[in-house]
Design a protein around this ligand. Structure first.
Ligand SMILES: O=CC(=O)O
Length: 336
């Protein structure tokens, strides 16, 4: 009797790497859920319809099918499930601890996102320094430059990067091309070959001495609202802030106040606390440049991300390992 292939569950849709995903059928039966919401998905899991699924490939938008991957959902997942391959860098939709407790391994997609996100980050730094939002909005309202005021050049400004992972390091290189001076804060100081001359400073020193602050750290329980009223108070008056990480690393209501008081001169945001809802105080403020979470929104990057994630799924199926496990699980060796 032929042995049954394990199953690979696709949560969400493949939009670019069709052939690479189809090629996984050599190692697994490729299946999709019938459910369209969390309640149905939990029922589908409980019914046994997804038994035999060993790997789940998930996208951001599949949160509409499963909801957060939290303890309640983990409880319902098929007993056969061993790997969740998340098709993104930030995996804040997933609670890692309950998965670790159930010995389910999780991967994300680092590296592939670095260039496109750092590009958007640099675009927002320049746009916020020059306050292009005012001119661009005025032009469309047929008011030419409208209330535009002179902007500032990036040259010789101190850029403080909070979170010096792949995106932070790529941004550093972009910003150096604009002659910015780079300092950074990270949970740990980087090795000199990664640091490449950037100055390592404490979080408080970064807040107090940066002309531009860029948020490039993951969202988790430790980083939620890492920038709030107390942190704004420590910053230079007239600071520029840019966020391409996750909205909730910054307290949006406190940001609106800091903008209104003039403490923060301008901001460039690609991410928001309650996407797709935007705080009205940000929408109304002309000193805010807004992009609807498009950091990785390019054909090349979206393709690279899917290909990377498929490699994670393939390694899981063929070697019982992940190419890029999430840091919380990277040092765990006993998965049996
Ligand atoms: O926001 C994009 C990502 O986390 O990959």
């Amino acid at each position: 009797m032929a042995t049954q292939k394990p199953k690979c569950l696709l949560l969400g849709i493949i939009e670019h790497a069709f052939e690479q995903y189809a090629a996984l059928s050599e190692y697994a039966e490729l299946v999709t859920p019938k459910s369209t919401n969390r309640e149905e998905f939990i029922e589908e899991c409980k019914s046994g319809a997804l038994d035999g699924v060993v790997v789940a490939f998930r996208t951001f938008t599949s949160v509409s099918i499963t909801g957060r991957i939290d303890a309640e959902l983990v409880e319902a997942l098929p007993k056969s499930l061993k790997f969740i391959c998340h098709n993104g860098a930030g995996y804040d939709q997933i609670d890692i601890q309950p998965l670790t407790d159930r010995k389910i391994r999780v991967s994300n997609v680092p590296t592939a996102v670095d260039d496109s996100t750092a590009d958007v980050n640099m675009f927002l730094i320049l746009g916020a320094l020059r306050n292009f939002n005012i001119g661009m909005t005025a032009l469309r309202a047929k008011e030419w430059r409208g209330a535009s005021t002179l902007g500032n050049d990036p040259q010789d400004k101190v850029l403080g990067i909070v979170g010096m992972g792949g995106i932070g390091q790529t941004l550093k290189r972009r910003a150096e091309a604009f002659d910015m001076k780079i300092q950074y804060y990270n949970r740990r100081q980087l090795d000199p070959d990664q640091e490449q001359g950037a100055k390592y400073v404490s979080f408080d020193e970064l807040l107090a001495t940066s002309d531009v602050i860029s948020l490039n750290l993951p969202l988790n329980a430790h980083t939620r609202h890492i920038i709030s009223t107390a942190e704004f108070a420590k910053m230079k008056t007239g600071v520029v802030i840019v966020n391409t990480a996750r909205g909730a690393v910054m307290d949006e209501a406190a940001l609106v106040e800091a903008l209104n008081s003039g403490k923060v001169r301008s901001v460039g945001l690609d991410v928001f606390e309650e996407e797709p809802t935007i705080h009205p105080g940000l929408l109304e403020n002309p000193n805010v440049m807004l992009i609807p979470h498009m950091g990785t929104f390019t054909v090349e990057t979206q393709t690279k991300m899917e290909v990377w994630n498929i490699e994670n799924a393939k390694m899981a199926l063929t070697q019982g390992q992940l190419k890029s496990p999430v840091p919380e699980q990277a040092s765990i060796t006993d998965w049996d």
